[in-house]
Design a protein around this ligand. Sequence first.
Ligand code: ATP
Ligand code: MG
Length: 576
Amino acid sequence: MSDADDRPTAANFVRDLVHADNEQGTFAGRVQTRFPPEPNGYLHIGHAKAITVDFELAKEFNGVCNLRFDDTNPDTEDASYVDAIIEDLAWLGYRQGEDYAEPLYASDYFEQLYLWAELLIEQGKAYVDEQPSDLISEQRGGYGNPGIESPHRDRPVAENLDLFRRMRAGEFDDNSMVLRAKIDMQHENMQMRDPIMYRIRAGRHHRTGDAWKIYPTYDWAHGQSDAIEGVTHSLCTLEFDSHRDLYDWYLTQLADAGELPHEQPRQTEFARLALTHTMTSKRKLLQLVEEGKVDGWDDARMPTLSGLRRRGYPAESIREFCAFIGVSRTNSRNEIELLESFVRTRLNKLALRRMAVLRPLEVVVTNWPTDEAGEPEVHQVELVNNPENEADGTRMAPFSGRFWIEQDDFRADPPPKYFRLTPGREVRLRGAYFVTCTGFETEDDGNGGETVTRVLVTYDPETRGGNAPDGRKVKSTMHWVSAAHAVEADVALYERLFDAEVPGEATGDVFDDLDAHSRELLTGCKLEPELADTPLGAVVQFERLGYFAHDPDQPMLFHRTVGLRDEWANIQKRKG
Ligand code: ATP
Ligand code: MG
């Protein structure tokens, strides 16, 4: 159990709603939700919220949650996105055969949707409009501006049916005509001003191929797909609030005609997830990928689930974060540091402690003993794998007369309160010995200054294991890696991909806030030999430096997941 599991249950108004439904016997106590991604990009952290809301609600009420691909636009969708979504969903913890049956596809309902559209035409509730699309949207009017009725609005039913069938047959060009619902051009809700139900698209669909020339709009497809599947609670984000009237209108027409196989589903909206320093628009994430600003959808800086996975975020910590922030109807932006605090809490329990030196500086022990062959002795020292979990035990690490420390851990000329290695100062090497600095070597840095190339120390053999028998104290414990035994790795350090808290807030263009130096790749980092066996994708703690994830594909590449400091706690303190 992590600390996160002990936090109180967050407010979730959707859960309250379901309780109320059950008390009143709405939907006969049935709870069915769906997660409806459009396969036009990868899942991101925002989707994680929708996923947990949909799946956890169904779980809590012994209901069903479907994975339904909302694949109604052949121009932007692709089968590769379908596969990635299924994979990322499984990683997050929602698997086919366990959490949902088979993936469902709105495209499987194209025929039924088509038949229902014909029904609306026959009832005089839909018509074919061949005006250009910009004129149609202009005629929609606006708040306080009246709508203008299309000259084709009162086309006879037979003519509408004929045109619609010929649209399906592929007789007309893209964008040359649409099918519109005939509702009310003066409705106060713009969505109700004769919305478009079908468009002509020549593109090839990733599942239905060339079978269809016309494609349903989101509004026409969504509620009807819910009804076909028997969804009860159709949960979506707040921007669909204004679509609810239309959602209900379509379903009511079909219910009145006796067409619905189940109770009429109901749409409920909740606030989107937004995070500081984070952009979660699939379209713009695609732009980052296409313009090469990142390595791909699964770049460790991306807020996609596959990016976060590469970065080393445990799936549990993402679920815990989503549970913690709860579900409401108020839009707000959460601090990315809050998400990171869940990641850190998890990793603190899970991650094995290891030693790694990212910017190495060589240290030589001038009084180090040699063996009979004249070689420097190698001492094995015992180190704790994880102080948070005794069961993880200990490991041995080799220590010898030459080792690496961080460049930052030595100062020839120390500032005040610098307690690490400096001339004359004694420090502890974690688990090994006390060493005292006796000198250092430099070389000309080519800029009129000097660079320290090597530090000289003596060690105290009495302090093996890192404690002095005489009880004397040192102010600093440092990590180290034996030079003769180190394995080398590349380590990627990250800044925020967007340096502004709210990307795009200042100029209106999120890309203006892109940090061009969000990744620093360090090569030739020195790692303790044990780290050569780190499984791909595993996360370890490099002592004093943070949590680092072994790349899932490339051996000996590590990504810094998060640092050790709880920045969220600091933010909370600052806010008082
Ligand atoms: P994007 O704006 O990134 O393209 P989308 O809403 O178009 O997102 P879909 O694939 O249609 O992406 O979304 C599937 C589901 O995930 C929808 O129910 C949508 O409301 C939800 N969702 C998308 N982004 C967020 C978010 N930031 N917070 C909560 N839910 C989200
Ligand atoms: Mg969408």
